[in-house]
Design a protein around this ligand. Structure first.
Ligand code: FAD
Ligand code: SF4
Length: 511
């Protein structure tokens, strides 16, 4: 019998309340879920990321079936699998003689475009798992030359009525307590290792498949311990509420040797694929504050990341795609150094951040922004190459969130549309926020000697080489004042040291 609706559920849409599943009639409708080579290989995703998505998809399909829903599930190694989402949709639309195909907005412009073009009777649903729809964001951004996250965030706080007094003013008298979230980690503080989840039979099968099919992708598949079901994702979240949130505020920006997670929640991948619910997370954090369990800077800081940054970058992505992906306002052309894929560099901060990314498909925000991202910005790496790296290497990376964070926030390649100034910093910042420098082959106090920290000279090289674009930026005025105070000889020495490091990168040498 022909089906009425064929409902597509993608690998990052594993939510029971997904818009395209609403009003589903188990007697007349069917769900389609497909593991396809095209999505697994359009960049060389970290094997743990592929394993997470396939395993979570298989568990979700099983959970839907237990609710009496018909699921057409196409595994990667199914001999009839045609290899892409649009061709599988066409195949199943024809074979089930479906009257309509229902889909929820995708997380990737490329995929959504290809589905829209595939000639089927599609009914699109807004992705209601986010707080701000694409249309609402476009309305907010309309007429603004530059956007600022802070103002968007305040709107979201008001809309969600989070951490507000009864008169609508922010609790604590300010919207943002970021200044209280930058403490370096004291020596005696150690972080709880996050909850770990042993692979079950479904996950073990998937790990085997991924090991066989994606052996050439960078990153380790050993020690896969990530939640793949709603229940386990909830346990990961509860673990963070119990052991991480209270210290999250103070040490949000801190980094430490061999401490990949510190007090971070490690929930981004589970949230992005639909195993956790954003509104519930915010409400739990707010309750933890009202009950006196955590301080305001922790609760506000966490909520800001979720309803501020996360929603804001998604809004920018859909407003500006597809042209956004071509942004390159500094005209960078340098290739991504090989050590991004191996971690083999003498720079201890880079080797720590890259090493743990290869091992866990995870790095926390400041490592991504101020270590690997900062280096790419200072070294003038081509935006497309560094964006591809972030998209490939992190378990939580989907185009809507990775691209604006990398191209906009890190590389400032959108000309300052997303952020008002580049997040460029010398080695001093890394020294202040971590214990990396003490075990590094380079000296963070030096700038121009052979053993000087590369971040120092590359920082000033960046500032000098983009003087025409950045000198007029008010938020960079102190930096240019400091540059102007330097003697010409000092400026020359910094420039020469920067040039020498960049030539090494161009020659394919590790530094
Ligand atoms: P926590 O530090 O515990 O933060 C809590 C949550 O806030 C995160 O889980 C995440 O959902 C949200 N969040 C925090 N900052 C951001 C942000 N800037 N944008 C969006 N959400 C945010 N996050 C992704 O989910 N996917 C990506 O592909 C991604 N790429 C990034 C690339 C770069 C260059 C940078 C600088 C940041 C990127 N982020 C990305 C944001 C952030 O680094 C991760 O969300 C965070 O590190 C995930 O770890 P966590 O769950 O332990 O987060
Ligand atoms: Fe990184 Fe420089 Fe510190 Fe080494 S000295 S860890 S390169 S900031």
């Amino acid at each position: 019998m022909p089906v009425r609706r064929l409902c597509l559920v993608l690998g990052d849409q594993l939510s029971f309340d997904l818009a395209s599943l609403a009003d589903l009639d188990p007697q007349r409708d069917a769900v389609l879920m497909v593991e396809v080579m095209e999505e697994a290989t359009y960049v060389a995703h970290h094997p743990q990321k592929i394993a997470l998505i396939f395993s979570a998809m298989r568990h979700f399909a099983q959970a839907l079936q237990e609710r009496g829903i018909i699921v057409q599930y196409v595994a990667l190694d199914d001999p009839l699998n045609t290899g892409s989402v649009p061709t599988e949709l066409q195949r199943w639309h024809a074979s089930l003689q479906a009257e309509e195909v229902h889909a929820t907005e995708c997380g990737d412009w490329r995929l959504e475009h290809s589905i829209r073009e595939c000639g089927l009777p599609l009914v699109w649903h807004s992705d209601t798992r986010f707080l701000c729809s694409r249309e609402e964001f476009a309305k907010w951004a309309s007429g603004k030359i530059q956007l600022r996250m802070e103002f968007f965030y305040r709107e979201m706080r008001r809309k969600q009525r989070l951490l507000l007094n009864s008169d609508g003013t922010p609790v604590g008298g300010a919207w943002n307590f970021d200044a209280d979230n930058r403490k370096a980690l004291p020596k005696k503080v150690s972080a709880p290792y996050p909850a770990r989840f042993a692979p079950d039979a479904i996950t073990r099968d998937v790990l085997e498949l991924v090991r066989e099919r994606f052996a050439s992708h960078y990153g380790s598949l050993d020690n896969f311990d990530y939640p793949v079901t709603h229940e386990d994702a909830q346990a990961l979240w509860q673990y963070f509420l119990d052991y991480g949130l209270a210290a999250f505020g103070d040490y949000q920006d801190a980094m430490a040797m061999d401490e990949p997670f510190l007090f971070h929640a490690r929930i981004s991948a589970a949230l992005n694929i639909g195993l956790l619910d954003l509104r519930q997370l915010c409400s739990d954090v707010e309750s933890a504050y009202w009950s006196g369990g955590v301080a305001l800077n922790a609760a506000e800081g966490f909520i800001r990341q979720l309803i501020g940054w996360r929603e804001y970058v998604r809004g920018v992505y859909w407003l500006k795609m597809p042209d956004y992906a071509d942004g390159n306002s500094f005209g960078n052309t340098r290739a991504l150094p090989e050590f991004y894929w191996t971690g083999q560099t003498k720079m201890n901060c880079m080797s720590q951040a890259i090493g743990q990314s290869l091992e866990h498909a995870y790095a926390h925000h400041i490592q991504r922004l101020m270590v690997t991202g900062n280096f790419a910005l200072l070294a003038g790496i081509a935006p497309k190459e560094i964006c591809e790296w972030y998209l490939a290497i992190y378990m939580d990376a989907f185009d809507w969130v990775e691209l604006p964070n990398t191209l906009g926030m890190v590389m400032h390649a959108d000309g300052g549309y997303l952020g008002s100034k580049p997040y460029c910093a010398s080695g001093q910042y890394i020294k202040r926020m971590s214990d990396y420098c003490g075990s590094c082959a380079y000296k963070v106090k030096e700038s121009t000697t052979e053993d000087a920290c590369p971040f120092n000279s590359l920082y000033w090289h960046f500032v000098m080489r983009h003087s025409n674009l950045l000198r007029g930026n008010q938020r960079m005025s102190m930096v240019y004042k400091n540059l102007d105070r330097m003697t010409e000889a000092k400026q020359d020495a910094l420039w020469q040291r920067g040039e020498s490091l960049l030539s090494k990168l161009d020659a394919g040498e590790a530094i």
